[in-house]
Design a protein. Structure first.
Length: 288
Protein backbone atom coordinates (compact mmCIF):
# COMPACT_ATOMS: atom_id res chain seq x y z
CA UNK A 1 0.00 0.00 0.00
CA UNK A 2 1.35 3.38 -0.99
CA UNK A 3 1.37 6.52 1.11
CA UNK A 4 -0.88 8.18 -1.47
CA UNK A 5 -3.57 5.52 -1.03
CA UNK A 6 -3.36 5.88 2.75
CA UNK A 7 -3.71 9.67 2.53
CA UNK A 8 -6.64 9.31 0.14
CA UNK A 9 -8.39 6.98 2.61
CA UNK A 10 -7.65 9.32 5.52
CA UNK A 11 -9.18 12.31 3.72
CA UNK A 12 -12.26 10.27 2.79
CA UNK A 13 -12.63 9.12 6.39
CA UNK A 14 -12.39 12.69 7.70
CA UNK A 15 -15.03 13.92 5.26
CA UNK A 16 -17.51 11.18 6.15
CA UNK A 17 -16.67 11.62 9.82
CA UNK A 18 -18.08 15.16 9.76
CA UNK A 19 -21.36 13.80 8.36
CA UNK A 20 -21.49 11.08 11.02
CA UNK A 21 -20.83 13.73 13.67
CA UNK A 22 -23.88 15.78 12.72
CA UNK A 23 -26.11 12.69 12.66
CA UNK A 24 -24.75 11.65 16.05
CA UNK A 25 -25.17 15.15 17.48
CA UNK A 26 -28.95 14.94 17.18
CA UNK A 27 -28.96 11.51 18.80
CA UNK A 28 -26.74 12.70 21.64
CA UNK A 29 -28.85 15.81 22.24
CA UNK A 30 -32.03 13.75 22.63
CA UNK A 31 -30.33 11.28 24.97
CA UNK A 32 -28.77 14.07 27.03
CA UNK A 33 -32.15 15.73 27.55
CA UNK A 34 -34.25 12.78 28.61
CA UNK A 35 -32.00 9.68 28.54
CA UNK A 36 -33.96 8.02 25.77
CA UNK A 37 -32.17 6.34 22.87
CA UNK A 38 -34.04 7.14 19.67
CA UNK A 39 -33.94 3.87 17.73
CA UNK A 40 -35.85 5.58 14.92
CA UNK A 41 -33.00 8.05 14.32
CA UNK A 42 -31.91 6.28 11.14
CA UNK A 43 -35.45 6.27 9.80
CA UNK A 44 -35.67 10.04 10.26
CA UNK A 45 -32.49 10.30 8.20
CA UNK A 46 -34.11 8.13 5.54
CA UNK A 47 -37.17 10.42 5.49
CA UNK A 48 -34.88 13.43 5.10
CA UNK A 49 -33.20 11.83 2.09
CA UNK A 50 -36.55 11.01 0.51
CA UNK A 51 -37.74 14.56 1.17
CA UNK A 52 -34.70 15.90 -0.67
CA UNK A 53 -35.27 13.41 -3.49
CA UNK A 54 -38.95 14.22 -4.00
CA UNK A 55 -38.42 17.98 -3.92
CA UNK A 56 -35.87 17.39 -6.69
CA UNK A 57 -38.10 14.99 -8.64
CA UNK A 58 -41.30 17.05 -8.38
CA UNK A 59 -40.08 20.64 -8.26
CA UNK A 60 -36.53 20.34 -9.66
CA UNK A 61 -35.03 21.76 -6.48
CA UNK A 62 -31.48 20.61 -5.82
CA UNK A 63 -30.98 19.14 -2.31
CA UNK A 64 -28.73 22.07 -1.40
CA UNK A 65 -31.49 24.53 -2.29
CA UNK A 66 -34.19 22.49 -0.53
CA UNK A 67 -32.02 21.90 2.55
CA UNK A 68 -33.83 24.50 4.73
CA UNK A 69 -37.18 22.96 3.78
CA UNK A 70 -35.95 19.44 4.56
CA UNK A 71 -34.54 20.54 7.92
CA UNK A 72 -37.80 22.34 8.77
CA UNK A 73 -39.93 19.31 7.88
CA UNK A 74 -37.76 17.02 10.01
CA UNK A 75 -37.86 19.53 12.86
CA UNK A 76 -41.66 19.45 12.80
CA UNK A 77 -41.65 15.64 12.63
CA UNK A 78 -39.41 15.54 15.69
CA UNK A 79 -41.69 17.83 17.68
CA UNK A 80 -44.76 15.81 16.64
CA UNK A 81 -42.98 12.59 17.63
CA UNK A 82 -42.34 13.96 21.08
CA UNK A 83 -45.89 15.27 21.51
CA UNK A 84 -47.55 12.16 20.11
CA UNK A 85 -45.36 9.39 21.57
CA UNK A 86 -42.38 10.31 23.70
CA UNK A 87 -43.99 12.51 26.34
CA UNK A 88 -46.37 9.67 27.24
CA UNK A 89 -43.53 7.23 27.97
CA UNK A 90 -41.01 9.46 29.76
CA UNK A 91 -41.82 7.90 33.13
CA UNK A 92 -42.32 4.40 31.73
CA UNK A 93 -39.80 1.55 32.22
CA UNK A 94 -36.80 1.57 29.89
CA UNK A 95 -38.10 -1.47 28.02
CA UNK A 96 -41.25 0.45 27.08
CA UNK A 97 -39.17 3.35 25.80
CA UNK A 98 -37.03 1.01 23.70
CA UNK A 99 -40.07 -0.72 22.21
CA UNK A 100 -41.74 2.62 21.44
CA UNK A 101 -38.85 4.09 19.41
CA UNK A 102 -37.95 0.73 17.87
CA UNK A 103 -41.59 0.23 16.85
CA UNK A 104 -41.59 3.72 15.35
CA UNK A 105 -38.51 2.77 13.33
CA UNK A 106 -40.19 -0.36 11.97
CA UNK A 107 -43.34 1.61 11.14
CA UNK A 108 -41.48 4.38 9.28
CA UNK A 109 -39.36 1.90 7.32
CA UNK A 110 -42.39 -0.17 6.37
CA UNK A 111 -44.31 2.95 5.40
CA UNK A 112 -41.46 4.03 3.11
CA UNK A 113 -41.41 0.59 1.48
CA UNK A 114 -45.19 0.75 0.98
CA UNK A 115 -45.18 4.25 -0.49
CA UNK A 116 -42.01 4.22 -2.57
CA UNK A 117 -41.02 0.58 -2.97
CA UNK A 118 -37.59 -0.89 -2.34
CA UNK A 119 -35.87 0.49 -5.45
CA UNK A 120 -32.67 2.47 -5.11
CA UNK A 121 -33.05 6.10 -6.18
CA UNK A 122 -30.36 8.62 -7.02
CA UNK A 123 -30.47 12.34 -7.71
CA UNK A 124 -29.10 12.93 -11.19
CA UNK A 125 -26.87 15.88 -12.05
CA UNK A 126 -26.87 17.75 -8.72
CA UNK A 127 -25.56 21.29 -8.57
CA UNK A 128 -22.32 20.07 -7.04
CA UNK A 129 -20.62 17.35 -9.04
CA UNK A 130 -17.19 16.23 -10.17
CA UNK A 131 -13.97 16.12 -8.20
CA UNK A 132 -10.92 18.17 -7.39
CA UNK A 133 -7.25 17.22 -7.37
CA UNK A 134 -5.18 18.39 -4.44
CA UNK A 135 -1.54 17.35 -4.02
CA UNK A 136 -2.18 14.18 -5.98
CA UNK A 137 -5.37 13.34 -4.05
CA UNK A 138 -8.75 13.18 -5.74
CA UNK A 139 -11.67 14.38 -3.66
CA UNK A 140 -15.32 14.33 -4.73
CA UNK A 141 -16.92 17.76 -4.68
CA UNK A 142 -20.27 16.40 -3.38
CA UNK A 143 -18.49 14.79 -0.43
CA UNK A 144 -16.51 17.95 0.30
CA UNK A 145 -19.64 20.09 0.12
CA UNK A 146 -21.64 17.75 2.37
CA UNK A 147 -18.84 17.47 4.91
CA UNK A 148 -18.17 21.21 5.14
CA UNK A 149 -21.89 21.98 5.37
CA UNK A 150 -22.30 19.37 8.15
CA UNK A 151 -19.32 20.85 9.95
CA UNK A 152 -20.85 24.34 9.66
CA UNK A 153 -24.20 23.04 10.94
CA UNK A 154 -22.42 21.33 13.83
CA UNK A 155 -20.66 24.60 14.67
CA UNK A 156 -23.96 26.46 14.64
CA UNK A 157 -25.51 23.82 16.91
CA UNK A 158 -22.60 24.15 19.34
CA UNK A 159 -22.96 27.94 19.35
CA UNK A 160 -26.70 27.63 19.92
CA UNK A 161 -26.49 25.32 22.93
CA UNK A 162 -23.58 27.13 24.57
CA UNK A 163 -24.19 30.81 23.77
CA UNK A 164 -27.94 31.39 23.60
CA UNK A 165 -30.47 31.59 26.41
CA UNK A 166 -32.54 28.78 24.92
CA UNK A 167 -29.46 26.60 24.53
CA UNK A 168 -28.48 27.17 28.14
CA UNK A 169 -32.04 26.27 29.15
CA UNK A 170 -31.63 23.02 27.21
CA UNK A 171 -28.43 22.30 29.12
CA UNK A 172 -30.08 23.10 32.45
CA UNK A 173 -32.98 20.77 31.63
CA UNK A 174 -30.56 18.00 30.68
CA UNK A 175 -28.61 18.38 33.94
CA UNK A 176 -31.55 18.57 36.36
CA UNK A 177 -35.13 18.68 35.12
CA UNK A 178 -36.69 19.51 38.49
CA UNK A 179 -34.23 22.30 39.28
CA UNK A 180 -34.73 23.76 35.81
CA UNK A 181 -38.48 23.71 36.31
CA UNK A 182 -38.13 25.50 39.66
CA UNK A 183 -36.08 28.17 37.90
CA UNK A 184 -39.00 28.86 35.57
CA UNK A 185 -37.84 26.84 32.55
CA UNK A 186 -40.65 25.12 30.64
CA UNK A 187 -39.11 21.66 30.54
CA UNK A 188 -41.87 20.25 28.33
CA UNK A 189 -41.07 22.92 25.77
CA UNK A 190 -37.36 22.10 26.06
CA UNK A 191 -38.02 18.40 25.47
CA UNK A 192 -40.10 19.14 22.37
CA UNK A 193 -37.45 21.58 21.15
CA UNK A 194 -34.72 19.02 21.76
CA UNK A 195 -36.49 16.42 19.66
CA UNK A 196 -37.08 19.00 16.96
CA UNK A 197 -33.41 20.02 16.88
CA UNK A 198 -32.24 16.42 17.03
CA UNK A 199 -34.29 15.40 14.02
CA UNK A 200 -33.50 18.70 12.31
CA UNK A 201 -29.82 17.71 12.43
CA UNK A 202 -30.52 14.51 10.51
CA UNK A 203 -32.66 16.60 8.17
CA UNK A 204 -29.58 18.62 7.24
CA UNK A 205 -27.37 15.52 7.02
CA UNK A 206 -29.94 13.61 4.98
CA UNK A 207 -30.37 16.40 2.43
CA UNK A 208 -26.60 16.58 1.98
CA UNK A 209 -26.18 12.80 1.75
CA UNK A 210 -28.83 12.72 -0.98
CA UNK A 211 -26.41 14.57 -3.26
CA UNK A 212 -24.18 11.51 -3.67
CA UNK A 213 -25.72 8.53 -1.85
CA UNK A 214 -28.39 6.07 -2.96
CA UNK A 215 -31.82 6.52 -1.36
CA UNK A 216 -33.87 3.50 -0.27
CA UNK A 217 -36.03 2.55 2.76
CA UNK A 218 -33.21 0.82 4.66
CA UNK A 219 -30.58 3.50 4.07
CA UNK A 220 -30.79 4.90 7.60
CA UNK A 221 -29.91 1.68 9.37
CA UNK A 222 -26.16 1.72 8.77
CA UNK A 223 -25.83 5.44 9.40
CA UNK A 224 -27.75 5.10 12.67
CA UNK A 225 -25.48 2.31 13.91
CA UNK A 226 -22.40 4.39 13.13
CA UNK A 227 -24.00 7.36 14.90
CA UNK A 228 -24.58 5.22 18.02
CA UNK A 229 -20.87 4.35 18.01
CA UNK A 230 -19.91 8.03 17.61
CA UNK A 231 -22.14 8.97 20.55
CA UNK A 232 -20.69 6.19 22.71
CA UNK A 233 -17.13 7.24 21.85
CA UNK A 234 -17.72 10.91 22.56
CA UNK A 235 -19.88 10.43 25.61
CA UNK A 236 -23.64 10.00 25.92
CA UNK A 237 -25.28 13.40 26.08
CA UNK A 238 -22.04 15.22 25.20
CA UNK A 239 -22.98 16.96 21.94
CA UNK A 240 -19.62 18.70 21.26
CA UNK A 241 -17.72 15.42 21.77
CA UNK A 242 -19.68 13.74 18.98
CA UNK A 243 -17.51 15.65 16.51
CA UNK A 244 -14.46 13.73 17.71
CA UNK A 245 -16.50 10.52 17.86
CA UNK A 246 -17.76 10.98 14.31
CA UNK A 247 -14.25 11.63 12.97
CA UNK A 248 -12.88 8.54 14.75
CA UNK A 249 -15.70 6.41 13.30
CA UNK A 250 -15.12 7.78 9.80
CA UNK A 251 -11.39 7.09 9.97
CA UNK A 252 -11.85 3.62 11.49
CA UNK A 253 -14.36 2.68 8.80
CA UNK A 254 -12.22 3.74 5.83
CA UNK A 255 -8.82 2.74 7.17
CA UNK A 256 -10.17 -0.61 8.38
CA UNK A 257 -11.45 -1.31 4.88
CA UNK A 258 -8.11 -0.35 3.35
CA UNK A 259 -5.72 -1.96 5.82
CA UNK A 260 -7.68 -5.17 6.43
CA UNK A 261 -10.46 -5.75 3.87
CA UNK A 262 -13.56 -3.84 2.73
CA UNK A 263 -15.79 -6.59 4.16
CA UNK A 264 -14.40 -5.89 7.64
CA UNK A 265 -14.71 -2.10 7.70
CA UNK A 266 -17.81 -2.11 9.92
CA UNK A 267 -16.35 -4.87 12.08
CA UNK A 268 -13.43 -2.55 12.86
CA UNK A 269 -15.82 0.23 13.88
CA UNK A 270 -17.87 -2.00 16.18
CA UNK A 271 -14.73 -3.55 17.67
CA UNK A 272 -13.61 -0.03 18.48
CA UNK A 273 -17.00 0.54 20.10
CA UNK A 274 -16.64 -2.57 22.28
CA UNK A 275 -13.16 -1.54 23.39
CA UNK A 276 -14.37 1.96 24.25
CA UNK A 277 -17.38 0.69 26.20
CA UNK A 278 -15.29 -1.78 28.20
CA UNK A 279 -12.42 0.63 28.83
CA UNK A 280 -14.36 3.88 29.33
CA UNK A 281 -18.16 3.35 29.49
CA UNK A 282 -18.82 7.10 29.94
CA UNK A 283 -17.12 7.85 26.61
CA UNK A 284 -13.81 9.51 25.86
CA UNK A 285 -14.97 12.92 27.11
CA UNK A 286 -17.74 12.00 29.54
CA UNK A 287 -20.99 13.89 29.94
CA UNK A 288 -21.24 17.50 28.75
Amino acid sequence: MTLEVLLQATVSGLLMGFVYALIAAGLSLIFGLMEIVNFAHGEFLMLAMYTAFWTWALWHLDPILSLPLTAAILFVLGVLTYLGIIRWILQAPMLVQIFATFGLAVFLRSLAQFLWGVDFRLIQNPLVTGRISLAGLFIGLPQVTASLACLAAFGFLYWFITRTETGLALQATAQDRQAASLMGIDTERMFALGWGIGTGCVGVAGALLAIFFYIFPDVGGTFALLAYVAVALGGFGNVPATLAGGVVVGLAEVLGGILIAPAFKYAVVFLLYLVAVLWRPQGLFGRF
